[in-house]
Design a protein around this ligand. Structure first.
Ligand code: ARG
Length: 471
């Protein structure tokens, strides 16, 4: 019996080696064992509740499932060649342990609703974990932002557009920009978890069952918010996997942008940050090298995370209802994306938490008179000049300054429309102190932003704690 598949009944010969090798999923779905056992235990309770099996039979099966759990967690579970996936392996072992009672485990259930149930349970737990790690990185960035300061003596650096120096910004404001993006990632994950919180158990292979199984009962046993509405949809829906992969791909994109920035910041050309030795790597040939490999891989891995999403979408496209074996292809990209993004989040958090900033280099890169050009134009606007004229007036001074190699401040001082008072705007740190608009990068709006950021972080921490404690 153990060297035959569970579905051997209608077959006259054994499966070919090539079939087994090509179709097996045990090598990667092993990690669903916990969720399969939770799902199976709820199914057994459902069978007892519906009086399809006796209380004693139910107890016997659940005891066997508990033994399997012990064997799995201690690594003592023995797989056999005919174990096609984790679900058949567990059912085989339960039948071995619980005899005739065990053979009733799969009553009114198909692997189609079973695997969808296990995968949703897995996602609920693991996506909450990804959200938690994302929030941890938000915390690190917020801590570094607060260290850099939001007030008058805070660290600032050039803000860039088109990677050209544009206007000085607070380092805290810069870090917070990444935090706000990642808070949206955390929010998105919690919404995905909420949407996938639906039990498919009881849908059977595709059409339900003639046995009096109560899908609401098992849904609540499993802690799902509700049961499925349509059995065909329940077994064929992998929207939740696609959503999870999108959420993670977007985190990957955010991390790649953060990573790219750190690659630049740690170059000698920028010189804004120095990585801790524990979070940087050397070269096998060039003795002087110290590389930002974590940042580079954060950038590089985003390609793979996007690939996992597009791969699954291609698999799902044009697939007829209901379950098709194609759906087995949902797991590897999902497991890979969760694993890779978790590693990236932790490595980046450590890298950023331990890095040193060259505050003076940042400041002097921002204390370039040209970066005050917009402040000069706005000063003229405040004096009544239309902005387009002010822009042209200052632009001409910038052009002259470059052409004649004269400092902009000198030209401003000598200018009849601007003069000495306006030239003061080009002094180090003055521009940033005058940036007062809501959500802008200056000490005044900064004080509001840090309060808003702390409030948003607290809300997210509470939501994630509720999700990670619920199972
Ligand atoms: N290993 C399969 C999967 O991951 C389980 C479902 C198989 N169902 C079936 N009818 N062959 O999708």
């Amino acid at each position: 019996m153990t060297d035959q598949p569970l579905w051997h009944g209608r077959f006259e010969s054994s499966p070919a080696e090539a079939l087994l090798k090509f179709t097996e999923s045990l090598s990667f779905d092993k990690q669903l064992w916990r969720d399969d056992i939770i799902g199976s235990t709820a199914h057994v309770r459902g069978l007892v509740n519906a009086k399809i099996i006796s209380v004693a039979e139910g107890e016997k099966i659940i005891l066997a499932l508990n033994t399997v759990a012990t064997e799995m967690s201690s690594g003592k579970f023995e797989f056999v060649a005919s174990d096609e996936d984790i679900h058949t392996a567990i059912e085989r072992r339960v039948t071995q342990l619980a005899g005739d009672a065990g053979a009733k485990l799969h009553t009114g259930r198909s692997r189609n609703d079973q695997v969808a149930t296990a995968l949703r349970l897995w996602c609920k737990r693991e996506l909450a974990q990804v959200a938690k790690l994302t929030l941890d990185l938000c915390d690190v960035l917020t801590r570094r932002a607060n260290e850099a300061g939001w007030g008058a003596d805070a660290v600032y650096l050039p803000g860039y557009t088109h990677l050209q120096r544009a206007q000085p910004v607070l380092l805290a404001h810069h870090f917070a920009a990444h935090v706000w993006a990642m808070l949206r990632d955390v929010d998105r994950l919690t919404q995905t978890i909420e949407r996938l919180d639906v039990s498919p158990l009881g849908a059977g292979a595709l059409a339900g069952s003639s046995l009096p199984i109560d899908a609401d009962f098992v849904a609540s046993e499993l802690g799902f918010a509700r049961r499925f509405d349509n059995s065909l949809d329940a077994v064929s829906d992998r929207d939740f996997v696609a959503e999870a992969l999108f959420d993670i791909a977007l985190i990957g994109v955010h991390l790649s942008r953060l990573g790219e920035e750190w690659v630049l910041w740690t170059t000698q050309e920028f010189g804004f940050a120095v990585l801790d030795d524990a979070y940087s790597t050397g070269s096998s040939m060039l003795p002087q090298k110290k590389n930002a490999d974590i940042a580079e891989l954060a950038r590089g891995k985003s390609g793979r995370l996007i690939g996992n999403l597009t791969g699954l979408l291609a698999t799902l496209k044009a697939m007829p209802l209901a379950y098709n074996r194609d759906l087995q292809e949902d797991k590897e990209p999902l497991f890979d994306s969760v694993n890779q993004v978790s590693l990236a989040l932790q490595a980046l958090a450590g890298m950023i938490a331990t890095a040193r900033f060259n505050k003076e280099t940042m400041k002097s890169a921002a204390d370039v008179q040209m970066l005050g050009a917009t402040d000069l134009a706005e000063w003229l606007v405040a004096k009544g000049m239309p902005f387009r004229q002010a822009h042209a007036h200052v632009g001409a001074l910038v052009s002259k300054s470059i052409r004649d190699s004269v400092s902009l401040a000198q030209l401003v001082e000598a200018d009849s429309k601007l003069g000495k008072q306006a030239a003061e705007l080009l002094q180090p740190g003055i521009g940033i102190s005058r940036r007062t608009t809501k959500g802008g990068s200056g000490p005044v709006p900064g004080a509001v932003q840090i309060a808003e950021l702390n409030a948003a972080l607290t809300v997210m921490h509470t939501r994630i704690a509720a999700l990670t404690n619920s199972r």
